[in-house]
Design a protein around this ligand. Structure first.
Ligand SMILES: [Zn+2]
Length: 291
């Protein structure tokens, strides 16, 4: 099986394959079009970040990583190789759901090692104008997001997700990315959203949406939670902490990752003894075919 799609921003056709990886390998991207060049999914490889999150190593780019990495965190996948033959991941339906289905189809194999978590020890708060993001100590991983768009279908929305008990799959993974029709031309002029269509994002008009129905009444803020989880995956470990974001975006999400990785006094590495949680990897190689 294989997965083909287009990149949201590049519009480039891309073929993606997910393969199992040994314990301790983490999530690694592999550019099969560039002699198998490999890049670890970590904040150390962060590149410029604007409307999507991109990684760069030795001049090689991997773009729009957030939806797949979000699915890996939500499904407890610690180790995997992601093969791509172009620079941007496929956008598919604009959510993480197609990735979830792919991983399910492949199966998940438990590995003989306990998961090492990054447990937040001290709070970290970042502010930029009216944007805010913070992480606080907690025994579980939870994410809360607030957005505020002057639109009749959105307005001020807050969504809080506890990343346990399959909540990710039912509440977060299906939420699609969205865009405003009136911003389209300006974004295209910047070389962005060349692959965007009504099949891969919710298109908002001045008063409604062009491609109903919504999957949730508050699908917009849920997608922000999905993005945040995917960006924080660049920490490279599952997190024990409570993340709170208010009108943040990829740049602030990844700023939090960089600050955390730089300051070892903010966290400790720990295994959770009472609930042994083995790490996992996809059971076999897989990919998906989309139109
Ligand atoms: Zn997104």
């Amino acid at each position: 099986m294989d997965c083909c799609g287009v990149g949201l921003h590049s519009g480039a056709a891309v073929h993606m394959r997910i393969l199992p990886a040994p314990a301790g390998r983490g999530i690694v991207f592999r550019r099969v079009d560039l002699d198998g060049f490999e890049m670890e999914a970590t904040g150390r490889n962060l590149a410029r970040v604007s409307y999507a999150t991109s990684l760069m190593k030795k001049g090689v780019l991997i773009s729009t990583t957030e939806h797949l990495l979000s699915a890996f965190i939500g499904m407890g996948i610690d180790n995997a190789i992601v093969e791509l033959d172009n620079l941007e991941l496929p956008i598919l339906d604009g959510s993480a759901w197609p990735f979830v289905e792919l991983i399910r189809k492949a199966g998940i194999r438990k590995q003989r090692r306990l998961r090492t978590y990054l447990r937040i020890r001290r709070e970290l708060e970042l502010r930029e104008g009216d944007k805010f993001i913070a992480v606080y100590p907690a025994d579980t991983y939870s994410v809360s997001y607030t957005i505020n768009f002057p639109h009749s279908l959105i307005g001020k929305e807050t969504f809080r997700a506890e990343l346990e008990d399959g909540n990710y799959l039912s509440q977060i993974a299906p939420a699609r990315t969205f865009g405003f029709r009136e911003d389209e031309q300006a974004m295209r002029n910047m070389g962005l959203i060349r692959g965007a269509s009504r099949d891969n994002c919710i298109v908002l008009t001045k008063s409604g949406i062009e491609n109903p129905p919504l999957r949730y009444p508050d699908e917009f803020v849920r997608h922000k939670v999905l993005d945040l989880i995917g960006d924080l995956a660049l920490i490279g470990r599952q997190v024990l902490g409570n993340v709170v974001a208010d009108r943040a975006g990829h740049a602030m999400h990844t700023a939090l990752v960089c600050r955390l990785l730089r300051d070892r006094t903010l966290w400790e590495e720990t295994t959770v003894e009472d609930v042994p949680s083995p790490i996992s990897t996809p059971m076999r190689a897989l990919a998906a075919q989309t139109a």
